[in-house]
Write a protein that binds this ligand. Sequence first.
Ligand code: ZN
Ligand code: ZN
Ligand code: FE
Length: 760
Amino acid sequence: MIRKEYRVVGIVQGVGFRPFVDRIAKKNGCTGTVCNKGPYVEIHVQASKEQVAAFRKDLEALAPSRSAILKIEEKTLPVQEERNFQILHSQKVKGDIFVSPDIAICPDCQRELFDPSNRRYLHPFINCTACGPRLTILDSMPYDRVRTSMKDFPMCPSCEKEYTSITSRRYHAQPVCCNDCGPELYLVGQDVHGKDALRQTRQTIVQGGIVAIKGIGGFHLCCDATNPKVVQRLRTIKNRPFKPFAVMVRNMEVARREAEIRDGQEEVLDGYQKPILLLKKKAGKIVPEVAPDNPNIGLILPYAPVQLLLFDYPDEIDMPDCLVMTSANPKGAPICRTDQDVIENLSDICDLVLSNNRPIRLRADDSVLSWFDHQPMMIRRSRGYAPLPFMMHKKGDSVVLGIGGELKNTFCLAAKDLYYPSPYIGDLSDIRSVQALKEAIERMEELLEMRAELIVCDMHPAYQSRQLAYELGRPVLECQHHYAHILSCMAEHQIDQEVIGISFDGTGYGLDGTIWGGEFFICDTHTFKRVGSLEPFEQVGGDLSSKEGWRNAVSILDKEDWQGLDLCFQDQAELILQCKAMKINTVTSTSAGRYFDAVSAILGLRKVNTCEAEASMVLQFAAESYQGKALDVPISMQEADFFILPMKALCTFLAQAKKSGEDIACLAYTFHVVLAHWICEGALQASRQTQSKMVVLSGGVMQNVLLLKLCKEELEAQGFTVLTHKLSSSNDGGIGLGQAYYGMENIRRTKVCVSDYPQK
Ligand code: ZN
Ligand code: ZN
Ligand code: FE
């Protein structure tokens, strides 16, 4: 007889881990205990040596699919007098905390949901140990019902019985409930509940209405994606002419009808995270208004029971099998979480609000993935992924908060070797998002039981995120924006040696007070040297120049080249040239994003962005539609210690070619090819100043999969190792991770600022 203690560290909370341990202990004839300690699960088992060995084997081999075991520590204990195996009450101890992300409804629950003989038939909150909300309903750890927003719903005797019965799928499933004891659907502002509320919602959608529906991490705006009129109405009232809407499809069959689904994409689409996946659109039933001028479509499968019921319910209503499902938020503000949020912000947009009385504690938008090089590529990391940590093999010795950037804010809390990215917060130009950021930091610090000793922020003097960093009253370290982009990719790949970092991006504050955004660095985790950039140009007109690409085109090109391109009226152009000459509202910029905007305008594709990156996306789509070879461009890049990519000459070439009637798609493609070639050339020039043959590609522009592909191929052909983003985001959503990595690597080496908010 022997007795062992196993400490299992990882995502072992709220995934049915203790019931699983209980089952395999009994199966292998072991006595002992299992206890949820918060940071880990502690197991004591006692049996013959062979039985314990069999138990140990099962522990790893048969662990629930949603768990993630990071390590198992083992200890031998003295044998005790004992008769059975027991699950003990949770005991909180200090240590690393792993909070489970929310998990999409599992196939078993899906089956029960539509089984008339099941007592949870059509129950909109059905869940089990393998599925259901986690992070978004959690108050504190360890994960037990009393510490979730389910604490207001005492279990009925039948649920209680399942909850305590070892043979049940809901043994110790914290959010367990049923039609008798669970939360309830209702229509906001009306006395309509339960199945009537659902029926009326379905009716409204079929009749061409727009409804707000409370999901797992917030509200969605939903309408029939096969009805052009309602989709157009949604566009008009949201003032969103271009930005594509995500579409929830009834099932995988419908997904295959609407989009090309290739190698491995089905698995990601149908995985238990259920993200939005960007796919090639097919001619299906989804109307073009859902994603105008866009060859791609973001599809998502239902992941909350209420969403399944939207599609299928035993009433006489014939629902469409594709629904627009877009985050319900006022422009720029975070996703609506409470009824109050919706009433205040969206009452004039939607015809109906389907809510429920299970509170959402922490917002989580749907995650968005793109596809690159046979693998998923993160665009927005939120529900289903957050707060799954990135684990480093290197241990820091403090707690650091990377507070994130200004757009697409996501922060990252890091302790020792674990980096926990927050769910998506939003754009901080909106004060409500700043408030949401503040709340989310507090909640995450509470949940993970850590308090950051150091906060890392961007250097931009006008950023709200920077101001908040100083307001929190802890030591602050500033990290340059594009360097943070590179660091985020290095963190994901656990790299700390010197690399060539290429950061192509929209806008970021440079060390010299100009706008950066097309940068070549030689850097490690401590410092960076800027060795090259795109050719600087004068960005005229402040914020307008980020929205209206034609302004940059006028500023970049000579008069004889922009004339005849129909970019703007003569007097508009004159004004820009005057401001440029007198340096009024003008800033020097190397932003790649702005060059993409300018080229899009020059080629007559898009003069204005109605949403972020619209002009560059349209430029990319045009290039991707081209089947031939790129034009020969007779411009070469000079060699220098600090090299410049000759963008003005390239823009001039494109303008002249456009005027002489060259094919637009060919020119768009040529622009991509030349840029990628120069990026590779830049890497070669940089590599003369470093031993490193490793290139890191980051920044928002690197979400352009055509550019990314062209760069990667050419760089690899030149013998470089190329690192790109996969599970972290290359846009500003990844900044927090990079900042946290910087803080952790430098907290003991760098003098940090503890003063008040410094004005620049
Ligand atoms: Zn389930
Ligand atoms: Zn019940
Ligand atoms: Fe950026």
